[in-house]
Ligand binder design. Structure first.
Ligand SMILES: *[C@@H]1O[C@H](CO)[C@@H](O)[C@H](O)[C@H]1NC(C)=O
Ligand SMILES: *[C@@H]1O[C@H](CO)[C@@H](O)[C@H](O)[C@H]1NC(C)=O
Ligand SMILES: *[C@@H]1O[C@H](CO)[C@@H](O)[C@H](O)[C@H]1NC(C)=O
Ligand SMILES: *[C@@H]1O[C@H](CO)[C@@H](O)[C@H](O)[C@H]1NC(C)=O
Ligand SMILES: *[C@@H]1O[C@H](CO)[C@@H](O)[C@H](O)[C@H]1NC(C)=O
Ligand SMILES: *[C@@H]1O[C@H](CO)[C@@H](O)[C@H](O)[C@H]1NC(C)=O
Ligand SMILES: *[C@@H]1O[C@H](CO)[C@@H](O)[C@H](O)[C@H]1NC(C)=O
Ligand SMILES: *[C@@H]1O[C@H](CO)[C@@H](O)[C@H](O)[C@H]1NC(C)=O
Length: 790
């Protein structure tokens, strides 16, 4: 349950540790067993006879966290189904698995005493084998090589995963109990708070019990004395074969899955029991507080809590309160919630460390703000009865602060305009045009620059001569590129400030509508992931927009250049993806305007000094009424390759058409290829089609940019590809919203639905589409569809 804040450091640590992983796939030991006197080095792996399972060392979290584990060779999610040393990680690269002459398996490492696996269950003539079931077993052999007896098996020591054939229950003869225990976080295998056990009562009923730190948390349905009962997975009754066994030796619960299917029931750090990605999903909901739905056991709650309260993730800050810390490194986000819930003075919490351990507890008032540089907290809220009231408290607080500031800003602004009018008579026309522009608003829209001093900009009106001077008379050296509506120049103001000037071309015959549109829209938007408009300049036919200057140009400049894309490592790319999601979410949801961008693409993502992404080019963005779900336009504008099918073909657009473009963009960021520019001899497909093909064949990782191979976390990247594919699904209704996409990216343990058919067209179809589109454009005498992405 990693928050976005904790993801990035985790990824970074992965990158650090990836170097060591490099050679592990090229293991020399293509063998399924280890014998006395032999060593499995850090980079070698045992492979089960049928190739399905591997045993070896892996790194997770940080460079000093190396673990011996077992996993499915072809598991796209890379789940480690068993971990030998979950509480005792070894330094990465500095350990090995040895079987000594007595048959004792032990992990030798530089950092301390050896870690034995089969202590007290050894025999000199034995062998340790990774079996086809994924069970790692130590057997004593007869002199002729046949098995004498079983000494030890990994299935007796489950971690967080139940594999087909594994038992959950109890062996009455040895007293051995088989239970699952969650990982602490998705990156830390040490024992977390949740456990799952098989419970048999004397009267013959049986069920699964999930506990959180000893307290009963969730119960499966009860099975009676019938033979084989499917206790939990009603939706998949036919898919898995659940069974239980009860005799005088043992009582256990177990399951089998059809064929060679990759299947593992994982108890997640936040108390879900699931097979990922789908379809088997057992306890999919978070039980907490008063919930008693679907097997949840109502928690003990102090009197101060009510059934309508819960914790929600919010960005902002707590006023005047220093947090109370829990520095215990064995607690995770869920524990923090549990403790905060039980403490009446606690109204918010988050984890203490980036890796998701420790807690910070807050009391006092919370101010919600959307700026993406602010931290996210889990804040106690009352569940809304209707749509809005939930946020009222915070909003009122902001208004009290903002209203006077806003009023002041308005007076200053008005005064400023008025003075300029007086000063420069010859500019009077220009200014009245501008004033009309900036103060015009469509009836029915609720936004106004005036009444929102906080979001409203301090827009400057630039003098034409100052822009000519700043750009050296629009010299070619200063030209940054050609935008959809005209060239963009770099400029230096006398004060030293660098600016970008978008000069709307006169010849294209369009512009005024878009100019006005962009000016009005962007003047009211403020978010770290949107490019900031500084002002504008109108002089006769000349119309210019003045932006903050982005030293690193745009994303396409890096992404689609063979050399430059090496500069974008995975951490940066993820940061860019995250920034774009935040910017889009703001446009769609939080800006109060509800804006559909309609032309999201790599060249419209600008990069600042620190490679933070800023969405630009609002020329064709559209404001949506709060209640409109979808709109239709006669003029289809945008960029081929990024346009959703319903928009390109029928002119229908909605938030989901931006989500489609976002999905394409994400696949481009992962692959370093243009959607339309992919040159793959076997595929007459575009990137979306190619990604879809790879995914269906289970080769998703082959999509990624070769320069990322040395610096990534497969799990993370696959998740991004998966979300990308969900965003480009053919039917808008299947695509997630931006907030859905953000949750999918941030909550690494959440299972994702399988992508359905994605929308892509072959090059031929595209060509047909485009000629058709040009005709349509001509009839309206506006041609702003860009065929060729900048
Ligand atoms: C793993 O996937 C590869 C490529 O799809 C396939 O060739 C191989 O047989 C698979 N291995 C197993 C054990 O399923
Ligand atoms: C196994 O690891 C131990 C501790 O790091 C080291 O001393 C030993 O040389 C290693 N053995 C082999 C064969 O690499
Ligand atoms: C294993 O044997 C050692 C002595 O060799 C003993 O101290 C320890 O308690 C035994 N452990 C178990 C689990 O029986
Ligand atoms: C089953 O659960 C009950 C109630 O939690 C407990 O008293 C009992 O010991 C459990 N039985 C087993 C075999 O764990
Ligand atoms: C068996 O015991 C459980 C509690 O341990 C109870 O909930 C259940 O109703 C009992 N079943 C029968 C058939 O008596
Ligand atoms: C489930 O198990 C039963 C009994 O072992 C077997 O007859 C049946 O074929 C299995 N079904 C599936 C789908 O594997
Ligand atoms: C840390 O938290 C764990 C889990 O709640 C608990 O078992 C342990 O005793 C705590 N350690 C300290 C030092 O409080
Ligand atoms: C988590 O982070 C803290 C602080 O950086 C560190 O002390 C601790 O060892 C980390 N835990 C793990 C398991 O990496």
């Amino acid at each position: 349950m990693a928050s976005p804040n904790s993801l990035i450091p985790a990824i970074f640590l992965f990158i650090l540790s990836c170097w060591y992983l490099g050679g592990s796939q090229l293991s020399h030991a293509q063998n399924d067993a280890i014998k006395p006197g032999k060593v499995l080095s850090y980079s070698q792996q045992l492979v089960s006879a049928d190739g399905r399972f591997r045993l070896g060392f892996f790194n997770i979290g940080s460079p000093d966290h190396g673990y011996l584990g077992i996993w499915y060779t072809n598991d796209t999610f890379n789940f480690r189904v068993w971990v030998a040393n979950r509480e005792k990680p070894v330094s990465v690269g500095k350990g090995n698995l040895t079987m000594d002459a007595d048959g004792l398996l032990k992990i030798l490492h530089d950092g301390g005493s050896p870690i034995p696996l089969n202590a007290n269950k050894t025999a000199p003539n034995s062998i340790a084998t990774l079996e086809k079931s994924g069970n790692f077993v130590v057997k004593e052999l007869n002199p002729d090589g046949s098995t004498k007896r079983m000494l030890w098996e990994s299935f007796d020591y489950p971690t967080n995963t139940l594999l087909p054939g594994m038992k959950l229950g109890i062996n009455y003869k040895t007293g051995q109990k088989w239970t699952l225990t969650s990982w602490l976080t998705s990156q830390i295998p040490s024992a977390g708070g949740f456990s799952l056990e098989w419970n048999l009562t004397t009267n013959g009923t049986r069920r699964l019990i999930m506990r959180h730190r000893g307290d009963t948390y969730w119960l499966s349905g009860m099975g009676s004395n019938s033979n084989s009962v499917n206790l939990v997975m009603s939706s998949n009754a036919g898919y898995y074969n659940f069974s239980y066994v009860s005799n005088k030796n043992e009582g256990y619960y177990s399951y089998s899955a059809p064929g060679m299917r990759i299947s593992r029931l994982v108890l997640t750090p936040d108390g879900q029991l699931a097979d990922f990605p789908t379809p088997a999903f057992v306890s999919g909901i978070m039980c907490f507080g008063y919930s008693s739905a679907q097997g949840c056991v109502q928690q003990k709650s102090p009197n101060c809590r009510t059934s309508s309260q819960k914790f929600e993730q919010r960005r902002g800050y707590f006023i005047s309160s220093s947090p109370h810390l829990d520095e215990n490194l064995s607690v995770n986000l869920f524990d923090c919630m549990d403790r905060c819930w039980s403490d009446c003075s606690c109204v918010g919490y988050t984890t203490l460390h980036n890796n998701g351990t420790g807690c910070r507890f807050y009391s006092g008032d919370f101010v919600e703000e959307k700026a993406s540089n602010l931290e996210q907290f889990y804040v106690l809220t009352d569940m809304p009865k209707t749509g809005e009231p939930r946020r009222k408290k915070g909003v009122w607080r902001i208004w009290i602060i903002v209203a006077p500031v806003g009023a002041l800003a308005i007076s200053i602004w008005a005064c400023f305009l008025w003075r300029k009018k007086l000063q420069w008579d010859q500019d009077r026309d220009r200014e009245s045009t501008l004033f009309n522009l900036t103060s015009s608003r469509r009836s029915g829209d609720t936004y106004e620059i005036m009444n929102n001093g906080k979001e409203g900009h301090d827009l400057k009106i630039f003098n034409f001569h100052s822009i000519v001077a700043a750009t050296d008379n629009f010299s070619t050296e200063n030209k940054l590129g050609e935008g959809g509506f005209g060239p963009v120049y770099k400029g230096n103001l006398p004060e030293g400030q660098e600016i970008a000037v978008k000069r709307l071309s006169r010849s294209s015959g369009q512009g005024l509508v878009e100019f006005k549109n962009e000016l009005i829209l962007i003047a009211k938007l403020q978010h770290t992931n949107l490019v900031r408009l500084l002002g504008c300049c109108v002089e006769g036919d000349e119309k210019m927009l003045i932006y903050e200057y982005m030293p690193n140009k745009s994303l396409d400049f890096f992404l689609f250049d063979l050399q430059k894309r090496k500069l974008l490592n995975w951490e940066q790319r993820y940061n860019i993806i995250e920034g774009i999601t935040q910017g889009l979410l703001y446009l769609h949801k939080y800006s109060r305007l509800r804006i559909i961008h309609r032309d999201l693409k790599a060249s419209n993502i600008l990069l600042d000094n620190d490679m933070n992404p800023k969405i630009s080019d609002f020329g064709i963005a559209r404001v949506f009424g709060r209640n409109d779900a979808e709109a239709k336009t006669q003029r289809v504008v945008g960029t081929y390759g990024y346009m959703s099918p319903e928009y390109a073909m029928r002119g229908k657009f909605s938030e989901k058409s931006d989500v489609y473009s976002f999905g394409v963009l994400m696949l481009e960021i992962l692959s370093g290829q243009k959607n339309n520019g992919i040159d793959h001899p076997e595929h007459a497909l575009n990137l979306v089609g190619y990604a879809w093909e790879l995914w269906r064949e289970g080769r998703g990782l082959q999509l990624i940019d070769s320069t990322l191979v040395e610096s990534h976390s497969d799990h993370q990247i696959l998740r991004c590809i998966h979300v990308g594919l969900l965003c480009v699904q053919e039917f808008a209704v299947d695509r997630p919203t931006m907030s859905g996409a953000i949750s999918m990216l941030a909550n690494e343990t959440w299972p994702l639905p399988s992508p359905k058919q994605v929308a892509y067209s072959t090059k031929r179809n595209l060509a047909e589409e485009s000629s058709h589109k040009e005709e349509e454009s001509c009839s309206t005498s506006i041609t702003i569809t860009e065929m060729d992405p900048r």
